[in-house]
Design a protein around this ligand. Structure first.
Ligand code: CP
Length: 325
């Protein structure tokens, strides 16, 4: 294999958006996969992907399974909550309390059953430093001997962000698009993971990008970098081509929430945009985050986004299989 090809095929883990070497090319490849999803069915023959869920899922679980099946892979799924042993991550811990198995053994054991491992482990929203250290994903990456895929960790959801890039490119107007990431209210404290990865991803696209949220809901500055923040939501929405809506709890006053219905996405607000497309990763709380009239409008892309989850996951699995052949 020549050096350039080896470099292009060198992906071991898909932990974050930073693992995408060329976003434009990845999006093009995903769109090609979507047109002929079974064309690489032989690639995954006799290979097994294990999906470990420490949190609930609909889209991630089913689309990743579908992606693996499209590549001819076997799939093993395990829900840790209520089914798996409670894992210990600390070094040197005297395990005489609630945890039953150390990640050091668990990761090595699972590595013998699978060729690729995908993990979902959300933030606890109790301790920012611990969440941002990504203990679960990093521990599995440290002790497993197989590639790891992030199916939403404490701080990122790179499969969703790749999906969103694919969906935006598929619907991009002729001109450079204006993309707005808007905070919206939610009754529960939610992690920053989706917003973080979306913000990182859009910074790699050719777009005018604005983030709007209430004061105090700034994402981490190492994520947003120089992206303009507009605290007036209606001003931010002016002439937007895409409106990506998501709740997240505070990063600074970590885990704090805000119930402010004035940030809900309504048809009146969407009328300020340039015929803007409404996007949300789902699941979504209707009439809290967004009005029925918006999510059910012809400008809503939420179902197309969910469909593209399969091709984002399939592309990542394909690249990992090619790199480990
Ligand atoms: N968007 C997304 O990750 O959906 P699920 O939580 O249902 O997997």
């Amino acid at each position: 294999m020549d050096t350039q090809l080896k470099k292009e095929n060198s992906m071991q883990n898909y932990f974050s958006i930073q693992d995408i070497d060329a976003l434009d090319r990845w999006v093009d490849e995903a769109i090609a996969l979507k047109k002929a999803p079974l064309q690489h069915k032989a690639l995954g023959m006799d290979k097994t992907v294990g999906l470990l869920f420490f949190n609930p899922s609909l889209r991630t679980r089913l689309s990743t399974q579908k992606a693996a099946l499209n590549l001819g892979m076997n799939v093993i799924v395990m829900n840790f909550t209520g089914e798996g042993w409670s894992l210990e991550y600390g070094d040197g811990t005297v395990m005489d309390q609630g945890t039953s198995e150390h990640v050091k053994e668990a990761a090595q054991v699972v590595s013998q059953y699978c060729d690729v491992l995908a993990i979902r482990a959300f933030a606890t929203l109790e301790n920012r430093e611990e969440d941002y250290q990504e203990q679960v994903l990093n521990s599995f990456m440290q002790y497993a001997s197989i590639p790891i895929i992030n199916m939403e960790s404490a701080t990122g959801h790179p499969l969703q962000a790749l999906t969103d890039a694919i969906t935006i490119v598929e619907h991009t107007p002729i001109h450079k698009p204006k993309i707005v990431l808007s905070w919206a209210p939610h009754p529960k404290a939610l992690p920053q993971a989706v917003a973080n990865s979306f913000a990182e991803m859009v910074q790699r696209m050719d777009a005018d990008f604005v983030i709007t949220h209430p004061v105090g809901f700034e994402l981490a500055s190492q994520i947003t970098n120089q992206v303009p923040i507009e605290y007036n939501q209606e001003k931010a929405l002016q002439d937007a081509d895409f409106v990506y809506v998501k709740n997240w709890s505070a990063y600074t006053d970590y885990g704090q929430t805000l119930q402010d219905a004035s940030w809900r996405i309504t048809a009146e607000k969407m009328a300020l945009t340039n015929g803007g497309k409404f996007m949300h990763c789902l699941p979504v709380r209707r009439n809290v985050v967004v009005d029925d009239s918006v999510i059910e409008s012809e400008n809503s892309l939420v179902i197309q986004q969910a469909n593209n989850r399969t091709y984002a996951a399939q592309l990542v699995l394909k690249k990992i299989l090619e790199a480990t052949q």
